[in-house]
Design a protein around this ligand. Structure first.
Ligand code: NDP
Length: 289
């Protein structure tokens, strides 16, 4: 089995690295130097153009910023028009459900099965091969790609038979994560302000009803002198929140719960505008302080 991994960023670089330990893997990235580094570090094969390998790859994987870049790659493939028979495209991008369904329909015309398989667990999970992977698409394809996904993640689940369902769940998950993060930071700042030991207090909360994955990360940040082994550009989280917000059942401005969630999205957007396009989600700690 031969794989092609497109998009060697914060996540894709390590996911493709783990993949290449078990499968012959071609690595492709917009900035070619990263693919060359990848080949040196993991033994993948760096390529510059999808045309070089298309006829021989069984699995195409993507971890690109948004569905827009995934669509562009799919259009390029459709233009070339000849993939290997039975080829499957696994999209690890946190993408948009509707866009993914459209991409899947177009790729089906040239005999390529497309499934969405967004991931969660950050750079650490990508490095350690312990990501949570959410998949949607036909069950038969899920069975076929499970060995591939198992090289990159530990908690892998099939969420539904329709393409786009996993992207929907991922968007809603990140809406929740982003909201928990801001609220947890506000609580951590209150602890500091009132001279309550943040380490002890957050540890207690983590095994109480206020605990969450976001609070766990805030605890790490606070107890490591405001540093954390977690890199997630804030504009990526805003993109995910927008996907989540678009799926809420009552999207009326008069609905307070929608207003709260969209205000949190606005806060991240304002922070990106203030601190720059490359700002990280943890930059919001100082922004709201
Ligand atoms: P990055 O921006 O770090 O990486 C994206 C990579 O894609 C870059 O290496 C970029 O190349 C490359 N790229 C962009 N366009 C193309 C193209 N047309 N052809 C080939 N390569 C291209 O993003 P992340 O790795 O952080 O995120 C990727 C996806 O994973 C996003 O959807 C994100 O929401 C999701 N995600 C991110 C997590 C995180 O903690 N970072 C966690 C879970 C999911 P170049 O080197 O030129 O910039």
């Amino acid at each position: 089995m031969t794989c092609l991994y497109i998009g060697l960023g914060v996540m894709g670089y390590y996911m493709a690295g783990n993949l290449s330990k078990s499968y012959r893997t071609y690595a492709l990235n917009r900035t070619h130097g990263k693919a060359v580094l990848h080949a040196q570090e993991f033994g993948s094969v760096a390529i510059k153009d999808i045309r070089q390998v298309l006829g021989e790859v069984d699995f195409i994987l993507t971890c690109l910023p948004t569905s827009k870049e995934v669509r562009e790659c799919a259009e390029m493939l459709i233009e070339i028009g000849k993939a290997k028979e039975g080829a499957v495209w696994i999209d690890n991008t946190s993408g948009e459900p509707d866009a993914s369904r459209e991409i899947a329909e177009k790729l089906a015309e040239i005999g390529v099965d497309f499934v969405d398989a967004p991931v969660s667990g950050g750079r650490k999970g990508a490095m350690n091969g312990t990501l949570t992977i959410m998949v949607s698409g036909p069950a038969s394809i899920y069975e076929k790609i499970l060995p591939i996904l198992s090289t990159m993640g530990k908690n892998i689940s099939h969420l539904g038979d329709c393409v786009g369902q996993a992207h929907a769940v991922k968007g809603l998950n990140n809406l929740l994560f982003a909201s928990n993060l801001v609220m947890g930071m506000k609580v951590a700042q209150a602890l500091e302000k009132h001279n309550l030991n943040p380490d002890k207090a957050l540890t207690a909360m983590l095994s109480s009803s206020g605990g969450s994955n976001a609070l766990q990360r805030i605890h790490e940040y606070i107890t490591h002198n405001r540093t954390i082994n977690f890199r997630f550009i804030a504009r990526g989280l805003v993109k995910d929140m927008n996907i989540g917000l678009s799926l809420l059942s009552n999207r009326f401005e008069s609905d307070p719960s929608f207003t709260i969630l969209s205000s949190i999205r606005d806060l991240y957007e304002q922070m990106v505008a203030c601190k720059g396009e490359s700002s990280d989600v943890f930059d919001i700690f100082e922004y709201i302080e």
